[in-house]
Design a protein around this ligand. Structure first.
Ligand code: F6P
Length: 362
């Protein structure tokens, strides 16, 4: 007897726009193959907790506007401790590595899933692929991150939408900067990578862009600001990637000591001290929010369809990627060897910034 194939899908790590579109793509492509798709809640937590938390997904679950909304309908986590799981009565229980592994295997068996699509970062894919291997099922990864530093792919889901949010914020900061003849500083997310700051900074007509990958000097920033003032421009825009080091070589961290935050405060204080009319702004989590732009919807949909095709072809431990405009797939092991991809200081985008006269370091 031919049983219906069941596949699972989960979202993991920090959210971004386009995740719901990816889930929709997987559910649609699976349904059109005659398969069933099961959404696992809160990354792998949905399989670890008892009772399990999951939902069989149907095409009707994506009636407008659900797939066009930001966030993830399945929930996600990037800071949780998988060892601590909520029980049916709401209390917490602590599980060992072996118990987590067993619950994953039991959960997969109970749901009858033969493959799992992980929409997440390479770290999540690596962890989940090990559980999948022990549970005897295949894993296919779909990369997402507003940081766009996912290894092996030219683009990850969420980046284009974040560029849109940041560019819009820069335009808004510039209107008030012009009214008050001010220098506005925007601190942009990206963790250790400057892709978001660089791309949105050029699109938002910044005068200065500082990113972790390129060395700069405080004096270089001041020189640029004095230059634009000497030319009669009385406002200015500085875009700084959150992972950029201060001139003393140290990072600025949020209260949790883990996520970057505060480099804009450093520059604001120092430039105020040097007589500039300046205000600092941390754009924060709004950069991960909002609805996906069309490019992200297309990318998420193309990735999702390829992921389902890979499952149909019996593949496992593959990551769907975009390579020079073409959707391809690469081995997860190869992706993990590359680690994250920073901005190449010799890239066309960096050269473009320099040729526009943007100060981007030395
Ligand atoms: O990796 C995505 C990202 O938004 C980074 O740009 C940022 O540094 C980090 O996540 C913030 O993490 P959290 O949501 O845990 O504060």
């Amino acid at each position: 007897m031919n049983e219906t194939k069941k596949i699972g899908i989960l979202t993991s790590g920090g959210d971004c726009a386009g995740l719901n579109t990816a889930i929709r793509g997987v559910v649609f492509a699976a349904t059109f193959k005659g398969w069933e798709a099961i959404g696992i809640y809160d990354s792998t937590d949905g399989l670890f907790s008892r009772p399990m938390r999951y939902k069989t997904l149907h095409i009707a679950d994506f009636d407008f506007p659900y797939a066009a909304l930001g966030g993830t309908m399945l929930g996600s986590n990037n800071t949780g401790n998988p060892h601590l799981q909520r029980t049916g009565d709401g209390s917490m229980e602590e599980l060992t590595d072996e118990e987590l592994d067993q619950r994953f295997q039991d959960g997969i068996k109970e749901l009858g899933i033969s493959a799992l699509v992980v929409v997440g970062g390479d770290g999540s894919m690596s962890i989940v692929s090990k559980y999948c291997k022990r549970a005897g099922i295949s894993m296919i990864g779909i990369p997402k991150t507003i940081d766009n530093d996912a290894p092996g792919t030219d683009l990850a889901i969420g980046f284009e939408s974040a560029v849109n949010v940041v560019t819009d914020a820069l335009d808004k900061l510039t209107t008030t900067a012009t009214s008050h003849n001010r220098i506005m500083i925007a601190e942009v997310m990206g963790r250790g990578a400057g892709h978001l700051a660089l791309t949105a900074g050029i699109a938002g007509f910044a005068d200065v862009i500082l990113i972790p990958e390129i060395h700069y000097t405080y004096e270089g920033v001041v020189k640029k600001l004095r230059e634009i003032q000497a030319k009669g421009k009385r406002y200015g825009l500085i875009v700084i990637a959150e992972g950029t080091r201060k001139p003393d070589g140290h990072h600025s961290f949020a209260g949790n000591g883990k996520t970057f935050r505060g480099i804009s405060d450093y520059f604001t204080q120092r430039l105020l001290g040097d007589g500039f009319n300046v205000r600092g702004n941390v754009l924060g989590h709004i950069q991960r929010a909002g609805n996906p732009v069309p490019d992200d919807r297309l990318l998420a949909t193309r990735f999702a369809v390829r992921a389902v095709d890979l499952i149909a072809e019996g593949k496992s431990n593959r990551v769907v990627v975009l390579n020079k405009g073409v959707i391809c797939d690469v081995a997860l092991d190869d992706v993990l060897k590359i680690a994250n991809t920073p901005v190449n200081p010799e890239s066309d985008l960096v050269k473009t910034a320099r040729q526009l006269g943007i100060y981007i370091g030395d």
